[in-house]
Design a protein around this ligand. Structure first.
Ligand code: MG
Length: 376
C-alpha cells in the first residue's frame, strides 16, 4: 500500500434497542464489545488516530479503553442522535488523508479485512466490504413473494468502509446543504453513492457480524473443561460407574464410592469453572468424603460453575474398562447424569472402551475415564 495515513471512526452511539442490553459494554471473553472492536485496529501500520464516538452512557467504557492503550492515539467523542449524525460529528476530528468508518458492534473484524479495505480505498478513493448472499432472494410485498430477483446483483454491506476524507466530508456536508436528514441514511456507502460516485467493493468476511439481537451473542462465552481419573479394581468393593451400580465381582478402590467416571466429570466441570481439581476441593484425607456418593460431589462442583453464571450444556464421557460390558447400563447412566447435570440425557454421551488386553486396563486391574464438558 502506498504511504498514506488513515484515521478510524468507531461509531458506537447506538441505543442497542434490539439487543435489549447495552451491547458496547457487554463482555465477550473478558473484554467489552467496544474494547474488542477498538483493539482490532490497534497495531495496523498506516492507522494514525482512532476516534471512538459514543453515547453518554458509554463515555466511561470508551475512556477506559483509551487509558488502557496510552501509547495509541485514541480520541473519545460524543455521538449524535442518529448513526450518520454521529459519523458527521466524528469526521470533524479526522485529520488523515483517508478515513475508515466502522460499527462499534462488529468486534470480530479481522486485521486482514481492515487491510483489504485500506488497500482498495487508497487506490480507488472508496472501499466497501460486501458479502454475496448465500440464500436465494425474493421480493416480498406484505406476506407474499411477488418477484424473483437475481441475487448476483445484490450484496450485504459491512464495515469498515474506507474513503478519501475530503470526499466523504464533502458528501456529509451536501446532506446539510440539501436540508436532508442524517436519519434517512443507514451507512456511509449510501451517502457516498448519492453525492460522490459509485463506491468500490471488496469481499467482506462472514465472521464480521454486527451484534444486533441476543442470538448473536449466544455461545460467545463458552467454556470447555476436561478431566481424567483412574482407580484400581479390587475385591470387596462395589463397582459404581456414572452413578449406577454395575454387577461385577471387583470394584474400584477409593476413599469415596470410587466412581471413576464422575470423578473425571467433576474435574471437567471444575476446569470449565476455572477452578483447581477434585483433590483440592474434596481431599481424600477428609473423613467426610469417606464412601461418599460421588454425585453429591458433582452437585457441589456444579455450584462452582453456577457462581460464574455458567451451566453444563453437553457432557461426553469415555470409560476404559476391560470387563464387564457396559452397553446395557449406558442408557440408565445417561439418564442418571442428565438428572444431576439438569440437561437432557441426549446431551450426555457415554462410550465404553476396553484396553485390548494391554496394560493395567487391559489386564482388568484398573478402570479409567475421560470426561469433557461444554459450559455456557
Ligand atoms: Mg477418583
Amino acid at each position: 500500500m502506498k504511504d498514506v495515513k488513515f484515521d478510524v471512526i468507531i461509531a458506537a452511539a447506538g441505543k442497542s434497542e434490539r439487543m435489549g442490553v447495552n451491547k458496547m459494554a457487554l463482555t465477550i471473553s473478558h473484554q467489552t464489545t467496544l474494547e474488542r472492536t477498538v483493539e482490532a485496529f490497534i497495531g495496523i501500520e498506516n492507522i494514525d488516530k482512532i476516534i471512538i464516538a459514543v453515547s453518554d452512557e458509554n463515555i466511561n467504557v470508551a475512556k477506559d479503553i483509551a487509558s488502557r492503550n496510552k501509547n495509541e492515539n485514541i480520541v473519545v467523542t460524543k455521538g449524535g442522535k442518529s448513526r450518520e449524525e454521529t459519523v458527521y460529528l466524528a469526521l470533524k476530528e479526522v485529520t488523515s488523508e483517508y478515513v475508515l468508518i466502522h460499527d462499534g458492534a462488529r468486534p470480530f473484524v479481522s486485521k486482514k479485512l481492515i487491510k483489504d479495505v485500506m488497500e482498495c480505498a487508497s487506490i480507488d478513493g472508496s472501499s466497501i466490504p460486501v458479502l454475496r448472499p448465500d440464500d436465494s432472494m425474493r421480493r416480498v410485498d406484505g406476506d407474499k413473494i411477488t418477484r424473483t430477483v437475481n441475487r448476483d446483483k445484490y450484496c450485504l454491506v459491512q464495515t469498515p468502509q474506507g474513503f478519501l476524507t475530503e470526499s466523504i466530508k464533502m458528501a456529509f456536508n451536501s446532506i446539510l446543504n440539501d436540508k436532508k436528514s442524517f436519519a434517512d441514511y443507514t451507512d456511509e456507502s449510501e451517502i457516498y453513492l448519492e453525492y460522490i460516485r459509485e463506491p468500490s467493493v471488496v469481499l467482506g468476511d462472514k465472521r464480521n457480524i454486527k451484534l444486533t439481537d441476543p442470538t448473536d451473542i449466544a455461545g460467545l462465552n463458552t467454556k470447555v473443561g476436561s478431566g481424567y481419573d483412574i482407580h484400581a479394581l479390587v475385591t470387596g468393593r462395589s463397582l459404581v460407574i456414572c452413578g449406577v451400580q454395575v454387577d461385577y465381582h471387583l470394584g474400584s478402590l477409593a476413599h469415596s464410592d470410587g466412581d471413576v467416571a464422575i470423578h473425571a466429570l467433576i474435574d471437567a466441570v471444575l476446569s470449565a469453572a476455572g477452578e483447581l481439581d477434585i483433590g483440592s476441593h474434596f481431599p481424600d484425607s477428609d473423613p467426610k468424603y469417606a464412601g461418599i456418593d460421588s454425585t453429591i460431589m458433582l452437585t457441589e462442583a456444579l455450584e462452582k460453575l453456577k457462581e460464574k453464571n455458567l451451566k453444563v450444556t453437553h457432557a461426553s464421557i469415555v470409560v476404559l474398562l476391560e470387563k464387564p460390558k457396559l452397553a446395557d447400563y449406558i442408557p440408565i447412566m445417561r439418564v442418571k447424569l442428565g438428572n444431576v447435570l439438569k440437561i437432557p440425557s441426549s446431551d450426555v454421551t457415554i462410550s465404553a472402551k476396553t484396553g485390548e488386553g494391554l496394560g493395567e486396563i487391559g489386564e482388568g486391574k484398573a478402570i479409567a475415564a475421560y470426561a469433557m464438558v461444554i459450559a455456557n
